[in-house]
Design a protein around this ligand. Sequence first.
Ligand code: AMP
Length: 299
Amino acid sequence: MKVIHSIHELELARAQLGDAQVGLVPTMGALHPGHLSLVEIANKLTDVVVLSIFVNPLQFGPEEDYARYPRPLQQDLEACEKAGVEIVFNPGVNDLFPAARQVSVQAGPLGTVFEGAARPSHFDGMLTVVLKLLNLVQPTIALFGRKDAQQLASVKRMVTDLNVDVEIVPAPIVRESDGLAMSSRNQYLSPPDRQSAQAIWRALKAASGEVSASAARRTALEVLDQAALGNPNFVLDYAEVVDPDTFAVLDDEDSGPALLAAAAMVGGTRLIDNVELTLAAPAEDEDDTADNRVGAARP
Ligand code: AMP
């Protein structure tokens, strides 16, 4: 396994790979089985897996956890070696963002709602670094976890809108045994807050059988409101049924694939999760059906 820190070295290593099929797994490190599941998928689909570890300052707000974000590099490298990563790219901030840099990517409307509303400029910063990584690594595919569903949607939007020649492959959410979505940030949680955090998946699971947007939202909110009542450290931000591609809010007129996405601050740590839903078409009103039949019979 090669561990590369400079852009120049990465360019040389990429040139040596020639026409090999390359899979890119972008991460911020503090690797857990969720990240490694992306590596496993990439290994099945491509010849060479490149994993990047870069805690991207552009995607953190001034009050967020950039400085204290965990950076256990040695442990991460061992996990990568075991998982079959060929190249780890671990650049410094000045390598990716030299002082002279001026141009960045704008996520557009998708970057201003839900996670984007809570974290202004987060998606712009994320897309800017993802585009740079795609340009440097020139992968055939790039893997993104469904846990960060709005990130996945934004990356897909960027690749379409900017004609980036890569296939974005989504990966299923990997969970702890109690259902909490794995995250590098879970280690910040105190034991009582860790316990309360389980409510997020409980709420999503309870709502996952619902077939209308309003019922799904209501069921999820019942569980989440209970969690907030039981622990003042649990502060719900949103639980909403959205279009998986645009994050437009869906209502009971909508049918087909949807996401129930939720976010809460638990003891000051932001946790996000989501579940896929299939919304049923609204039942037709009997009167409407009768009217339609009459209408259809007219010449
Ligand atoms: P991060 O290091 O948090 O930026 O995550 C790097 C990649 O791993 C992103 O595509 C995430 O969506 C993905 N990821 C993180 N946690 C999980 C998880 N629990 N299950 C699946 N993918 C995940």
